[in-house]
Design a protein around this ligand. Sequence first.
Ligand SMILES: [Ca+2]
Length: 484
Amino acid sequence: MLPRLPLALGLAFALSASAVHGAPAGAKPNFLLIIADDLTWTDLGCTGSPDVKTPHIDRLSRESMSLRAMFTPAPTCSPLRHAVYTGLFPIRSGAYPNHTMVDKPTRSIFHHLQALGYRTGLQGKTHVQPAASFPYEFISADPDDAAAFAQFVGRDRQQPWLAVFASHDPHGPWTRGPQDLYDPAKITVPSYLHDNAVTRKNLAAYYAEITQLDTQVGACLAAVEASGQRDNTFVLFLSEQGSGMPYAGKWSLYDNGIRAAAFARWPGRIKPGSSSDALMQYVDITPTFIAAAGGDPAKIDTGCPDARGDRGFDGRNFLAILEGKADRLRDVVFAQHTTVGINGYKEPYPIRGARDTRYKYIRNLAPQNTYDIGGIHHGDVIESWQADAKTDPALAARVEWLFHRPAEEVYDLQTDPLETKNLAGTPAVAAVQAKLSRELDAWMAQQGDKGLATELVAESRQPRNAPNADGTPKAPRKAKPAAK
Ligand SMILES: [Ca+2]
């Protein structure tokens, strides 16, 4: 039997050497997963904004592979976070409305990496339940608490770690950050927004919160570097989903809603300044982290069977893409949106979508209803647009589209990236519409998604409406009208 002391000394020497010279072959990397909140993917310096100041994220992007076709499966805070951490699409796990929860036995990245020897922590926005499915150490509720983050990543060099840094910025209300940096009169208003003084005022305040996020990201990266772990830490940045400005993405399946800015840095394993156009989704992240940690994602029991009884991930491991050994993961990405249960919703307006590299197919499951929830449909921005629309017929049509849409939409993203010309039902896209419609049907069947029927029971997937611990129901909520 080996004496214990020399072994421990040898291990300590190997770890300190790795901090200086890069990760030794076979070492488990640390993981830093940075998740912004309601950041439209093009609103960073490095993704094309002419105004927004994001020097730390821009630097990270230059040191990373840019994942240019990364998509969230839901344009809403809570379901997308459950999807990131579980590797499961929202309806399968049960976490599909906002303020939701997975089915109880479901396991997450925190379990899977702990089984591989990791300690796991989360700082900032939680928005996932129940706790048994997400056993992270809560680092701090405050994303500005850089000391707590530095303490977590630096305190124990013998054990690899996963740190999820989930900011609250730039989620509305837009009140934080260096407001003086952005003059509402001088910023460039993106073409998908209606340009008026109210839009500009809100946009400038939102940009200040993006810069606040950038400061937090800079502090996280500096803490990793100061602790000597930069070379053995895999960093992944996600912009999350689009912002709450009308047409900026939130609660829609247009690319502004579901497409993410995503940057992956892992010195020695991922080529800095590279990019990939491979279609991928947030559900693919957990299997990829498991593979990067030396585990086999194909052997993981997620605890949550799909409609066919399969207990493996919905997500796929994209490590080969990161390492430049492959350029394709998926032919189609999927997304869903559930309005029932969002604070302020009035009628169900469920949406499903499928997208390939060129075309998007969207199905609105209750088009006879009015899509009317919160920030997109109410508040000073949309009210100012409605006022201007009284003398602007084109704007009036754009505003009307926020409330009423046809049953099906098809867009050619190559010629119409902002999805302004619905081609559904036209001969030019008949074949692709039929193909993506079939793909969507197959995905919904695998997920156990019954469409409107699933939407109508969404409130049962919210902890605030779940039965009491003794099985008795909570006080019944007022029934909402179904499709007319
Ligand atoms: Ca969000």
